[in-house]
Each structure stands twice: as structure tokens, then as C-alpha cells.
Design a protein around this ligand. Structure first.
Ligand SMILES: C[S@@+](CC[C@H](N)C(=O)[O-])C[C@H]1O[C@@H](n2cnc3c(N)ncnc32)[C@H](O)[C@@H]1O
Length: 279
């Protein structure tokens, strides 16, 4: 595979190991005091994903993701693919709603293991699949390049595809390949909803003025994206909007809506949402 494998400096790697050990202590305390709920991810994973130990933050994220999809047409009988399923926030938001089947695809081994162990035994129609795809942020030992990855699903298998904060961690050629794969696995009439940090007039102005909730100081990939951190490219990626429009058209997906996020005006994590349909 052809992946750029930058490395963090040694002091930074050490700091991350100490931080992760501290998060695991929180999980151990939660278990010892029996405060752990079987269907809430352990404290260290909540912290890793949501930067807080607060369980209610996880539950709010679950309900928010569910509402986002149901408001945009997800029906109980739909077959849903959740790419970058993380620690199961969307899955857990949908267990009482979705009957058509849920498939999560995830590259982060520990998040995947938790979802498989905690969710599938209680909700067998919710399945989780491993993709050993390289990401400097989430799977640095991954063996397959995202730009060459083929999803392990047959053509036209799904009615809905969701990516919550995943294309915000992928480089342009990788996103282009995933959009092609999404077009392949969506049934005709199917919908894809994905979060992005889109680079367009207003967001570029906000970035230049320093008023955005995130800084993307590193120009990358011939103007098609900007990075937060050159040493860890997938830590956060903003993609040029024209590029995103073109890869949808090339893949045979029609963009139906772009809901602008409020990240350029200083609201953290409020991403742009692109809703696309397969003709
Ligand atoms: C910010 S988290 C979001 C998780 C979840 N979708 C949510 O909304 O809470 C990004 C997730 O995308 C996954 N991810 C990153 N790159 C990926 C890739 N190339 N393919 C599949 N998943 C990926 C990460 O492992 C991580 O679980």
C-alpha cells in the first residue's frame, strides 16, 4: 500500500501513553464501583471519542445521530451501513427503531471489539465489521490503504449509508474511493449522509480570520484539503467543496442538500452535512 506514515515526536508519544493510562484508570474505577452500564462504552473510550467521561454526552450523541437520520428519511425497514461506527453511538440510538438491519464498519480495533461484545449479543441484527485500513489517527498499524479499500459488501446491499465525522479524518483520494464504494453498495434510490469540514468561501474566510472553531493551517494535496496537523494528517481534514461535489458526480451520486455546519463560526464539532442520493 502507499500510505504516508508520519510519526509523532517521542515526547508526544510518551505523553499520549500516560494520558491513555489515566483514562483506563477511570474505566477500572467505574467497573470496581459497578457504575459501568453494559450498554454504555467504558470511560476511557468515551473520553477518547467525546473528550468527556460524562455518560450523558454519549447518550445525547446517540439520540442526535438518530434524529439526524430519521429526519432525513431513515425508515425502520431500511438496511443501514454506518461507516466509522466508533463506539456504537448511532447503533445504540437505533436499537429500538431499526428493523431492516444495521452494519457498522470500523478500523479502530478496540472500539470495534466493544461494539461486538456489548451490542451484537443483545441485538443480533446489529453487526460490526473490521476494516484493517491505515489511519495515522485511528489505526496506525493498518495494512490496507483507504484509497484502495473495497467494502466487504455486495452491490446495492444498503438503503442508507451514514458517516458521522469520518470524512473529517480522511484524505482526498481516500474519500474519493469511499464515495465510489458507497455508490456501489447503495441500492438505487438510496441515501448517503456524511459529515465534512468543507472548504468554501465562508469557511476559508473564517479560517483566514482565525474565527473558526478549528484551525487548518497546513495546505495539502494540491489545494484539495487542509490539515490540522501535518505530523498526523488524519487528525482532522477539511476538504475543498468543489472537490467533494466532483467526486459525487463522478461516482453517480446526486447531492440533494448541503447543510452548512457552524464550525466556521466557532461552534465545535458542528460539521457540514452532505446528503446525496443514488439515482
Ligand atoms: C470522530 S470518530 C466518529 C465515530 C462515530 N461515527 C461518531 O459519530 O461518534 C471517527 C471514526 O471513524 C473511524 N475511521 C477513521 N478512518 C476510517 C476509515 N478509513 N474507514 C472507516 N472508519 C474510519 C475511526 O476509527 C473512528 O471510529
Amino acid at each position: 500500500m502507499h500510505t504516508h506514515r508520519p510519526t509523532r515526536p517521542a515526547w508526544r508519544r510518551l505523553a499520549i501513553r500516560i494520558r491513555d493510562a489515566a483514562y483506563r484508570v477511570a474505566t477500572a474505577v467505574e467497573r470496581l464501583t459497578k457504575r459501568g452500564d453494559e450498554l454504555v462504552p467504558p470511560a476511557h473510550l468515551r473520553m477518547y471519542y467525546y473528550r468527556t467521561f460524562d455518560r450523558q454526552a454519549f447518550e445525547r450523541a446517540s439520540q442526535g445521530a438518530r434524529t439526524e437520520l430519521v429526519d432525513r428519511g431513515l425508515q425502520p425497514e431500511h438496511r443501514l451501513l454506518d461507516i466509522g461506527s466508533g463506539i456504537g453511538n448511532l447503533a445504540l440510538g437505533l436499537t429500538g427503531y431499526l428493523r431492516g438491519g444495521y452494519d457498522g464498519l470500523e478500523i479502530h480495533p478496540e472500539a470495534l471489539a466493544w461494539c461486538r461484545d456489548a451490542i451484537t449479543p443483545r441485538h443480533p441484527q446489529f453487526r460490526f465489521h473490521h476494516a484493517d485500513v491505515f489511519s495515522s489517527a485511528y489505526n496506525p498499524s493498518g495494512r490496507v490503504a483507504a484509497a484502495e479499500y473495497r467494502f466487504p459488501f455486495e452491490d446495492s446491499r444498503f438503503d442508507f449509508v451514514f458517516l458521522g465525522s469520518v470524512f473529517t479524518h480522511m484524505l482526498p483520494d481516500e474519500v474519493a474511493q469511499y464515495v465510489r464504494e458507497i455508490a456501489r453498495v447503495l441500492a438505487p434510490g438510496g441515501t448517503c449522509i456524511a459529515g465534512y469540514y468543507l472548504l468554501n468561501g465562508p469557511s476559508r474566510s473564517a479560517l483566514d480570520a482565525g474565527t473558526s472553531s478549528l484551525a487548518f493551517p497546513v495546505e495539502h494535496s494540491a489545494g484539495r484539503c487542509r490539515l490540522q496537523n501535518a505530523a498526523v494528517p488524519e487528525a482532522a481534514v477539511a476538504l475543498d467543496e468543489d472537490f467533494v461535489r466532483k467526486i459525487h458526480t463522478d461516482a453517480g451520486l446526486e447531492i440533494r442538500e448541503i447543510r452548512p455546519g457552524r464550525w466556521p463560526t466557532g461552534v465545535p464539532n458542528h460539521q457540514d452535512l452532505v446528503v446525496a442520493a443514488k439515482a
